[in-house]
Design a protein around this ligand. Sequence first.
Ligand SMILES: NC(=O)c1ccc[n+]([C@@H]2O[C@H](COP(=O)([O-])OP(=O)(O)OC[C@H]3O[C@@H](n4cnc5c(N)ncnc54)[C@H](OP(=O)(O)O)[C@@H]3O)[C@@H](O)[C@H]2O)c1
Length: 440
Amino acid sequence: MTPSQRGDQEMAEGAPAPAVLLIGPGRAGRALALGWHAAGVPVPWVVGRREEPARDLARAVGGRALSWEGLLDRGLPGPWPPVVVLAVPDRAVEPAAEALAGRLAAVPPGRRPRYALHLSGALGLGPLASLERLGLAVEVFHPLLPLAGEPLPSGAAGPAGGRPGGPAGGLPATPPGGRPATPPGGPARRDPLAGAYVTVVYAPGQGRAPVGPALARALGATAVPWPGATGRQLALYHAAATLAANGVTALLWAAEELLRHAGYPGVGGPAAGPAGSTGGGCPAGGGPAPSATAAATAPAGAAAAVPSGPAAAAPSGPAGRGDPARPPEGAGARAPLLALAGTALRAVAERGPLAALTGPITRGDAVTVARHLEALEALAPEAGSAGGLDPGPAGRYRLAAALVLAAASRAGAPRSGLDAVARLLGRRGDGPDGTGIGPG
Ligand SMILES: NC(=O)c1ccc[n+]([C@@H]2O[C@H](COP(=O)([O-])OP(=O)(O)OC[C@H]3O[C@@H](n4cnc5c(N)ncnc54)[C@H](OP(=O)(O)O)[C@@H]3O)[C@@H](O)[C@H]2O)c1
């Protein structure tokens, strides 16, 4: 084992996480800074383009706020923390890293931060190259979960103490008594990252142990170190995260819509919620309900987090204690569908996805699939199909059914039944092998 490999191992196994300068007090930055602060990892500086979010987060984590312009113009008024986290949108990572490198070039090498991290699962290390050239070790620190915007602990947003980047170069967000507004381990708050996975990408030859594993561990998350992952590998990884989070969410939306069309008891109201109402904008950011996300990312032993059986489906209020033959008023489509999806996720955790496949498509039950299609196609075309982007209930079913068919073909389901379903779905002859089953 080389000294650098030994260093990696030491950092992964026990070193405490060093202090962090956070740039970008948005959804992800806020969740991480609050989690690190609660775990005792210092976050002495929060840098933002806008005053209020930076100041409020700085106050919540016992640090100081600084404007992005102030940081670039004048640098830090004190020593740089060892870690800089660029919690900015994907498109801003490279320009922000370059701007920061311009400022750090004026800082003596021994006083620069040692690590620079960004949070995008879709980008490799390339956008941080300008910082790497200055001697910083660079890493991707990608939390595999949706972060929709942590509320700040109450009391965090107090009276303004000045402007970020003001005369002193920063705002003391710590109250005069010196105690942070939220003490480590302070008010009861479930850390969204606890139990999550964080993918940590770093260059294996950088000669410095990656800091991401220690930062993940501090959050109660499991780090998945991935030394040397390329941009193309990360694009595939991020596509997988997109399917597991946003894909599951969209399927559940399509299923809810079908129950509404069916007139399922307790389902009513408008056809669709406002766009973006499910939270964050990155693939891991618009994920399924937390319980489904937990199940999708949890090891098999942790599958109990998935809603399970009637207890998960039934509301606790009086409506849930009525006629046991009737679904409780207001339960709507979501609770029964989540209970069903939860069972499917548990089966995936226990047996793997191909062995867990069930249902008429996998069984090759063309009669039932034909009945589905007949009912779906009899529905009136949806008003306003989102400018042609939404193929409507029948089209959505066909899209999802094609994927089930592909999986069933890989699972070794009897071919004749799958062929019959493929013909119904109009997939015969579409596929790369001429069968129409399995889009590749
Ligand atoms: N949210 C999630 O679920 C999630 C999960 C995993 C990974 N990530 C990753 O985390 C990163 C941040 O995403 P987010 O969802 O937290 O975004 P966000 O909520 O939009 O927050 C972005 C933050 O960066 C600031 N910012 C934007 N452009 C900037 C620039 N050019 N220079 C400096 N600061 C800038 C924003 O300031 P303003 O408020 O002034 O615009 C805001 O404070 C992305 O790489 C994303 O892929 C997000």
